[in-house]
Design a protein around this ligand. Structure first.
Ligand SMILES: Nc1ncnc2c1ncn2[C@@H]1O[C@H](COP(=O)(O)OP(=O)(O)OP(=O)(O)O)[C@@H](O)[C@H]1O
Ligand SMILES: [Mg+2]
Length: 265
């Protein structure tokens, strides 16, 4: 586990739980790929995100944790432009992309794997992967081979139609498809949902491997806080649309009060 050297920073406002060594104003040690500043979003009267500030660092996994309805999916949808913020900014590699069209986000280097692992059921595994690279024009076959090498289970099933895949295999396929877009930052929404612990461990280990060997940067949204913190570098806890605490993942996992209050383990 990499030590970010970052100091824990609790959000100002009610409900913040202290962490060991917590102090305001975290010190970052790696360049930010993605910066979210004061982001707010609403669905009519429902204020789903309120003044959320966080950063995803290069070559790191940043986990965003929180209970059902905390605003995790809304955060990813607002970052990738599917939901328009009512306030705040999103910076990708230092560029303000807050108002950029959704399709431009992909070409700028943001890949979003939404909740529910949407494969195109009628297409084969191979065809699904090709969809991820469509906007890039001709992609060398070695890149597909590389993605298959990360996920041998889907390599064995490349001519099968996607509707025949298990949940875990679908998750591998949608992550593989996102990798073919060559993202600077990968946004993953609840990859563990409904999967057996052994498969979750495999998928998280592969994400960690990609970060360590390919320089990928990941913003991982998870309700399964225990598993997410075991692979992440940094954790951000959301509650009712607000950041409660940001800290080193190992420190968050070791904070019993915080775990009981917000993380459910
Ligand atoms: N399309 C929508 N219209 C209205 N309200 C919505 C919509 N999507 C989400 N919400 C509300 O916004 C809040 C945050 O929801 P969100 O889906 O972002 O939470 P989440 O943390 O991803 O939850 P889960 O762990 O269940 O996926 C909730 O109160 C939810 O009811
Ligand atoms: Mg969600």
């Amino acid at each position: 586990m990499a030590d970010t050297g970052a100091h824990g920073s609790t959000a100002s406002g009610a409900g913040a739980v202290g962490t060991s060594g917590a102090a305001t104003g975290g010190t970052a040690t790696a360049p930010a790929v993605l910066e979210v500043e004061g982001l707010s979003a609403a669905y009519g009267p429902v204020r789903a995100l309120q003044d959320v500030t966080l950063r995803a660092e290069h070559g790191r996994i940043t986990a965003v944790l929180g209970a059902n309805g905390a605003g995790k999916t809304t955060l990813l949808r607002t970052i990738s432009g599917l939901v328009r913020p009512t306030a705040g900014r999103v910076l990708l590699g230092g560029e303000d992309v807050t108002r950029a069209p959704v399709e431009a986000m992909v070409t700028k280097g943001m890949a979003h794997v939404p909740e529910g692992r949407g494969v195109i059921a009628e297409l084969t595994v191979d065809e699904n992967l090709r969809v991820g690279a469509l906007f890039r024009g001709k992609v060398p076959s070695e890149e597909f081979d590389r993605v298959y090498s990360f996920f041998p289970r889907i390599a064995e099933r490349r001519t099968q139609t996607a509707h025949t895949l298990s949940g875990g295999e679908r998750q591998m396929l949608v992550i593989g498809r996102a990798l073919l877009a060559r993202p600077k930052v990968l946004l993953l929404d609840e990859p563990s949902l409904g999967l057996a612990p052994r498969i979750v461990a495999q998928i998280f280990a592969m994400v960690r491997h990609l970060v360590d060997t390919e320089g990928l940067s990941v913003l991982l949204v998870e309700q399964n806080a225990r598993s997410a913190l075991s692979v992440a570098d940094t954790g951000v806890v959301l509650n009712l649309g607000r950041v409660v605490v940001t800290d080193d993942a190992a420190r968050l996992a070791g904070d019993e009060d915080l775990r009981h209050a917000y993380l459910g383990f």
